[in-house]
Design a protein around this ligand. Sequence first.
Ligand SMILES: Cc1cc2nc3c(=O)[nH]c(=O)nc-3n(C[C@H](O)[C@H](O)[C@H](O)COP(=O)(O)OP(=O)(O)OC[C@H]3O[C@@H](n4cnc5c(N)ncnc54)[C@H](O)[C@@H]3O)c2cc1C
Length: 303
Amino acid sequence: MFSFELLPPAKGQGIQSIFNTMDELMEFNPPFIDVTYHREDYLYKQHPNGLLERVAYRKRPGTVAICAAIMNKYKVDAVPHLICGGFTKEETENALIDLDFLGIDNVLVLRGDARKGDPDFIPTPGGHAYATELLAQVVDMNNGKYLHEDIEGSKTNFCIGVAGYPEKHFEAPNFNTDFKWLKKKVEMGANFIVTQMFYNIDRYKEFVIKCRDNGIDVPIIPGLKPLTNKKQLISLPKIFHLDIPEELSSAIEECKTNADVQKVSTEWMVNMCKELIDFGVPVLHFYTMSNPGPTKKIVEQLA
Ligand SMILES: Cc1cc2nc3c(=O)[nH]c(=O)nc-3n(C[C@H](O)[C@H](O)[C@H](O)COP(=O)(O)OP(=O)(O)OC[C@H]3O[C@@H](n4cnc5c(N)ncnc54)[C@H](O)[C@@H]3O)c2cc1C
């Protein structure tokens, strides 16, 4: 099975770009489609007196509505990402109520990235600092427990995913500490794990084996991102602290055009996916960045 992650369009663009991407990918019968969530960033507005005013704005709003539109139009499960950053607990509760009413009962709970310009992740006052806390709130609602204790709430039925890092989260002091938090998330009620992207399949396999040896028995969905340009050899390890195997990086360094890079990447990913299928992965999950072309080329060779 193949599943895909989409980004909401930048503010001001219509939903048609999402439908165009979906139209390209539906032929592969995805069991679900993820839609990312983006915290607000800052804009700096210059006043006539020269002073700069910092204005918060959300560049990619619309996650919940996009999920509802996808489910309505394509009859496929949509999985909104829920993040800690930018939400108070009350706002999170209201968002979860909306999702429940819309019949969207799968969520991927995450801490969220730091805002552009912030050195680290800064929690929203009255919000959550870690995915574990957000997860606890969703689990509470699945048990009918809402923020205000006098409310006798109906039980929601969210199936909850969390992020896992085969090469450790970049802020964690070491792999085992990060792994301890992942185990905690599963013990608290996470139903599935989606991994950070990786290019070294051994890292994924070792990660799954470690999970199984430590009693983590939920599905571990591999996250896959096709490479599209040479700059990613620097940007991806820098942002995500992942290893790009030398064989792949050398082949990409020799490429003259982005089309060459995509060819090398496609071949690498197809081989990796075949090995993942043999390893027994439940589903191959592609980070499309809402650009379906490179993913489609890979999936076509596997379907
Ligand atoms: C599949 C996937 C989808 C993503 N989608 C989005 C998205 O839509 N929007 C977005 O903004 N970002 C997204 N991200 C990025 C993600 O938000 C970042 O990687 C973020 O830095 C960490 O999120 P997390 O949920 O793993 O955080 P956490 O699980 O909270 O972990 C963050 C760090 O704190 C440590 N830690 C965890 N729990 C605790 C605790 N209770 N106490 C102390 N330390 C702890 C961990 O070891 C880790 O180093 C995604 C990542 C993945 C892998």
